[in-house]
Design a protein around this ligand. Structure first.
Ligand SMILES: CC/C=C\C/C=C\C/C=C\C=C\CC(=O)SCCNC(=O)CCNC(=O)[C@H](O)C(C)(C)COP(=O)(O)OP(=O)(O)OC[C@H]1O[C@@H](n2cnc3c(N)ncnc32)[C@H](O)[C@@H]1OP(=O)(O)O
Length: 281
């Protein structure tokens, strides 16, 4: 029989972390009642490829956390090797046109919600983060990565023009010259390189330690007026958000035109096949 001691310990533990009522299927949201920090875990096996549904759930989770006045938001992954593989290439290869439109619109919504989030945001990058995975991480204010990971915006290597929000994210984190070169070369960085150029702020030896460092970052704002903090953040990011709004329709149409091109379809097919072949050999 369970002793009253262990029962009370369990009840105490249960009261520290609670799952948000509207936690969705492809993202799990957990709020630490002690710190008020919400953790969003990307949970679309095997590699958190961003499809319409995951982007939808992620957007809902960010908005929910923001509206519930949490103290901060940490983004992480349920996969211990991959933070996110970026956009689901199956959504772009031989796509259903309406779904492709929805995909890009939802990606734009997620970027707006995360980059413009009023709360302090941090990414515990517990695995590889190419392309859209890197976009999510660099939309946050602080990043901790694990050893032996790869991170970067490699769109150009797939023949894709990096959208404008990729540029904003890199310019917000890296010196201009480094940001431009990384984007035009489609560089994917190792953990050490990412730390050295400042693409990430810190390295942690485990997911738990990465989450702890993210919480510590968010705790640095404990004594700061939340409204003053969020308005100051907006002063830095507002021009990007405005420029994005003025270009979002054009970017959506460019994306649809781009993936409609026969050569692009052929290239995406080859790329996708290459990823699958890797597992067959
Ligand atoms: C707006 C401006 C105008 C025009 C712009 C036009 C276009 C811009 C458009 C798009 C921007 C897109 C950004 C993107 O995010 S594109 C996605 C790019 N992602 C990648 O290149 C990542 C590729 N994947 C990897 O590198 C690796 O898979 C990994 C490091 C993430 C994980 O490695 P693992 O060894 O752990 O796992 P794998 O065995 O490689 O993969 C497992 C499984 O998953 C499949 N897969 C991998 N990545 C993707 C993906 N992104 N989409 C769909 N499927 C993916 C892989 O094939 C394996 O499948 P099988 O089990 O073999 O079936």
């Amino acid at each position: 029989m369970m002793s009253s001691m262990s029962l009370s310990r369990m009840l105490r533990a249960a009261s520290v972390c609670r799952t948000m009522s509207t936690a969705t299927k492809l993202t799990a949201v957990e709020v630490n009642d002690k710190t008020g920090i919400a953790t969003v875990t990307l949970s679309r096996p095997p590699i958190n490829a961003l499809n319409v549904e995951l982007l939808h759930d992620l957007y809902q989770s960010i908005k929910e956390i923001e509206n519930n006045k949490s103290r901060g938001l940490i983004l992480t992954s349920s996969n211990d090797k991959v933070f996110s593989a970026g956009l689901d290439i199956n959504e772009m290869y031989r796509p259903d046109k309406d779904r492709a439109r929805l995909l890009w619109t939802k990606l734009q919504d997620v970027w707006l919600a995360l980059y413009g989030c009023a709360l302090p945001t941090a990414a515990a990058i517990n695995g590889h983060a190419p392309a859209g995975g890197c976009l999510l991480a660099t939309s946050c204010e602080y990043r901790v990565i694990l050893p032996q990971c790869r991170i970067g915006l490699n769109e150009i290597q797939l023949g894709l023009v990096p959208p404008i929000f990729c540029m904003f994210n890199f310019l917000n984190v890296l010196p201009r010259r480094v940001a431009e070169r990384a984007l035009v070369q489609g560089r994917i960085f190792t953990t050490e390189q990412a730390l050295q150029i400042g693409l990430v702020d810190d390295v942690a030896s485990s997911k738990e330690k990465a989450l702890e460092k993210c919480s510590q970052f968010i705790a640095t704002f404990a004594q700061t007026n939340p409204l003053a903090r969020s308005l100051t953040k907006l002063k830095f990011r507002g021009a990007d958000l405005q420029r994005f709004e003025s270009e979002r329709t054009n970017e959506l149409e460019s994306f649809l035109e781009f993936i409609d091109h026969p050569q692009m379809q052929e290239d995406l097919g080859i790329y996708l096949e290459g990823l699958k072949k890797k597992n067959r050999n």
